[in-house]
Design a protein around this ligand. Structure first.
Ligand code: ATP
Length: 300
């Protein structure tokens, strides 16, 4: 059986009256690339902090490599990039990598690391002079310095332009292809779809869905039915949970596409250009979180 690298069993974390995580159970197995998806305040960072040994659960169990996440011998085998990082402004990029490498028994090659994250040209630049996106890429690269088995990335590409985001994705994919395990949070659904094999949807401190990208889409079973009609649509169409019209083009989100199309035909709605397709992960995500009464929408 595949080894479990990180595990939460019925883990709850409170901050005063706030229940940030509510009896969460999840296993992260060796070789997985898991996307953690959820609206603001869902508990994503709290879960990473528990796994990384930065916080303790109020109740329940959290394990890293089969033991306490607070044990330095275990923590040295993980890499993390928190949501916000403070880098030493006066150091050069290369010096910063050397500084972080010195904390690990087996650091990766500096050149290879900087190449992998598109930072090789910046080795001699002072960190204070880097752009926001360059600093973010460095912060993410530093998570990989100590040759970790497991990496936690909390919104790794926030604030990056499309090209920088893709460079970073390539770096993460390479690590994963070489056997590394990754748990990443993201508000970019495109990112989760591009990188993750497994998606855990979390909302209001609870796990709402856990499966492949396709499973999560399928779980809500929502389909998008598009058609062109000049006529107004009759009321009470089966399973419709959303409707948008632009001119004569109508988009319907429905939980039962077959019944909906039958009803349109029976009502003699004059339509053309019928299309039925799977929803995006974003639509599935919104359906899951709204069904669970989690109202915060994900940031764009
Ligand atoms: N140190 C803290 N003290 C008090 N409340 C906290 C603390 N850290 C987190 N919380 C609360 O716990 C809940 C979960 O926060 P968390 O940061 O884990 O969510 P998140 O899913 O990472 O959100 P975001 O997407 O906005 O980063 C929120 O209600 C937050 O306000």
């Amino acid at each position: 059986m595949t080894e479990t690298l990180a595990r939460a069993v019925e883990a709850t974390r409170r901050y005063g009256d706030v229940v940030a995580l509510d009896r969460v159970s999840i296993d992260i197995r060796a070789g997985e690339l898991v996307g953690l998806l959820g609206p603001n305040g869902a508990g994503k960072s709290t879960l990473i902090n528990l796994f990384a040994g930065l916080r303790r659960p109020t109740s329940g169990l959290v394990e890293l490599f089969g033991g306490s996440p607070r044990d330095p011998a275990r923590r040295v085998r993980i890499g993390t990039t928190p949501q916000e990082t403070g880098l030493p402004q006066a150091l050069r990029v290369g010096e910063c990598v050397d500084f972080v490498s010195a904390h690990y028994p087996s650091a990766v090659s500096k050149q290879a690391l900087l190449d992998r994250f598109g930072l090789a040209d910046l080795t001699r630049r002072q960190i204070g002079g880097l752009s926001g996106g360059q600093k973010r890429r460095l912060a993410v690269a530093l998570a990989f310095t100590g040759d970790p088995r497991l990496v936690f990335l909390d919104e790794p590409t926030t604030g990056l332009d499309v090209e920088a985001r893709r460079t970073l994705w390539d770096g993460v994919r390479r690590f994963h292809a070489e056997g590394g395990t990754v748990l990443l949070t993201s508000h970019y659904l495109e990112e989760i779809e591009a990188l993750a094999q497994r998606v855990v949807v979390i909302g209001g401190g609870r796990v709402l869905a856990d499966g492949s990208v396709d499973d999560v889409r399928g779980m809500v079973g929502v389909r998008r039915v598009s058609l062109t009609t000049p006529a107004p649509l009759p009321g009470g169409l089966p399973g419709v949970i959303g409707e948008q019209r632009e001119g004569d083009r109508v988009q319907l989100l429905t939980s039962d596409a077959d019944e909906l199309v039958r009803a349109l035909v029976l009502a003699s709605v004059p339509f053309s250009g019928l299309e039925v397709r799977q929803t995006s992960l974003e639509e599935a995500f919104l359906a899951i979180t709204s069904a669970a009464g989690v109202h915060d929408a994900p940031a764009a």
